[in-house]
Design a protein around this ligand. Structure first.
Ligand code: AMP
Ligand code: MG
Length: 491
């Protein structure tokens, strides 16, 4: 039996609404304790925002919970069931190495899932060991916190605990557990699982639960399940635009890795683009470029179509009508996405109002970046601070022409150039988590137990719009290399 710990000091205050869904949606878990847990990263500000006692959590009893060795008294450990299309192929999945402790309820009434990732085997582990290696968990910590700082909806990382146990991959690696915080872990794949059960009542229970949890203010009087579909589409359209605007490549946009809430979830082989090229892929397993940078909005549409299919029995009694409603809703994605993307791109170029020619202005700049292999982030940074000599575009006749057009366009708006520059400072990050910097930080931490490199990197990434002198060093792109950078799934 799992030992439960008192939580007056640490502040854990769980509700377990997910556990009130039909039993087929989850499996209750016993803990699988680890040998000698040690807290290696702790996110004090996130702890405080969750009404947790940061100090108490870092002491022994606190760490025992973050390691999955003990459960807070209000916790109810469970693994969630889900399915998913992985690179287009349908599979039954579920939390194979994660455990939901419960939903932390803050004094403001917010409800946040607290999940341990790497916590041991579950009924959904298939052949896996249920564990995670330290490097990939630190990587998730860095990238998810950087995404949050960039203003992109994402799951967060509260802590990483090393387990003192080895995980066996190609070699033996140090094991770790990450505490993931999310508005929920409901996925497109959760709905695929529900639809696969073939029981409309269970599907309806999940849809109603989702509406109540994520869209309580949405008008559902006309067709509540169509409203659900439309809202999820809206959030994904906004999210995908935000990814594209900072050059983020998720890497495994399988339907089980798409959150219904519109948060970015599951940081596996993700990475940020350096030189601008829509075909950029980093993931070693994405051999076809299915989830390449420029393909991501189309893949989101594909995933949302799978989501819509699960809702068909709830959308209309007649299948044909249901399909029509679903298709209409899906067809809205593109316009919504483009709207957010154009708005974001205008911000990046310091443009407040909208002109018809803006699309051409944006596209021309991107083509020039692609042609001259310019760094995506640094080109916008250079435009912001008028330091164009630092870019690969500098000195070319085509770019000079573009620049003149842009200056004219800026001059046609009412706002001053100072205001325009301020908008650009707030829209163009000084730094992104560049792969070579992330790798360097992980190597120091994992190989030498030196976390100072990672801490310095995090300090810079957590203020991406500060444009401070110490960020200069971190803004540099990697030295050109013959080998394309590859990220691995890190399971
Ligand atoms: P991911 O690629 O991280 O989205 O994972 C896909 C599926 O594989 C999910 O169901 C995970 O829970 C499961 N999984 C990944 N790694 C492991 C592991 N080491 N042991 C058990 N299940 C795993
Ligand atoms: Mg996943």
């Amino acid at each position: 039996m799992t030992k439960k710990v008192e939580t007056t000091e640490t502040g854990w205050n769980f509700d377990n609404s997910y556990a009130r869904l039909p039993k087929s949606f989850f499996s209750s878990l016993n803990l699988d304790p680890v040998h000698s847990p040690e807290l290696v990263i702790f996110n004090s500000s996130l702890a405080t925002s969750l009404a947790l006692n940061a100090e108490a959590l870092q002491k022994n009893d606190g760490v025992e919970v973050l390691a999955g060795n003990q459960v807070p008294e209000s916790g109810l450990p469970l693994a969630q069931a889900y399915a998913g299309h992985q690179f287009g192929h349908f599979t039954m999945l579920g939390d194979g190495r994660a455990l939901l402790l419960g939903e932390q309820i803050t004094p403001q009434g917010e409800r946040m899932d607290i999940q341990l990732k790497g916590s041991g085997r579950t009924p959904y582990s298939r052949g896996g060991d249920g564990r995670a290696a330290l490097g990939p968990m630190l990587r998730e910590h860095i990238i998810s916190e950087a995404m949050h700082a960039l203003g992109i909806p994402t799951t967060r990382s509260l802590a990483v605990v090393s387990t003192g146990e080895a995980v066996i991959r190609e070699t033996n690696l140090p094991g770790a557990i990450l505490t993931r915080v999310a508005v929920s872990h409901l996925r497109v794949g959760t709905f695929q699982y529900a639809a696969g059960l073939g029981n409309v009542e269970d599907l309806k229970a999940l849809a109603d639960y989702t509406l109540q949890r994520h869209f309580p203010d949405v008008d559902t009087t006309e067709n509540r399940y169509l409203s659900l579909l439309q809202e999820v589409i809206k959030r994904q359209a906004a999210l995908l635009a935000k990814w594209q605007l900072v050059g983020f490549i998720h890497g495994v946009m399988n339907t089980d890795n798409m959150a219904i809430s519109g948060e970015t979830i599951d940081y596996g082989p993700c990475a940020f683009m350096n030189t601008y090229d829509p075909a950029t892929v980093f993931s070693s397993i994405d051999t076809q470029g299915r989830y390449a940078y420029g393909n991501q909005p189309y893949m989101a549409i594909w995933n949302l179509a799978r989501f819509a299919e699960t809702l068909l029995p709830l959308l209309h009694d007649e299948q044909e009508q249901a399909v029509k409603l679903a298709e209409q809703a899906i067809s809205d994605f593109q316009e919504l996405h483009i709207h957010h993307w154009h708005k974001g791109m205008r911000n990046k170029l310091g443009l407040f109002n909208e002109e018809k020619e803006d699309e051409a202005l944006i596209k021309d700049l991107l083509s020039l970046m692609q042609k001259h292999q310019a760094d995506y982030t640094n080109t916008f940074r250079a435009l912001t601070f008028d330091q164009l000599e630092e870019t690969a575009l500098s000195g070319t006749e085509e770019f000079n022409q573009w620049h003149e057009q842009w200056q004219e366009r800026r001059g046609r708006q009412q706002e001053s150039n100072e205001d325009s520059q301020q908008l650009m400072r707030n829209s163009n990050p000084a730094v992104i988590p560049r792969n070579h910097r992330v790798e360097e930080a992980l190597e120091a931490a994992v190989e030498q137990g030196d976390y100072s490199v990672m801490e310095r990197l995090l300090a810079v990434l957590l203020r991406p719009y500060a444009h401070s002198p110490e960020q200069e060093e971190y803004a540099k792109p990697p030295e050109p290399s013959n080998q394309p950078y590859r990220t691995f799934c890190g399971t």
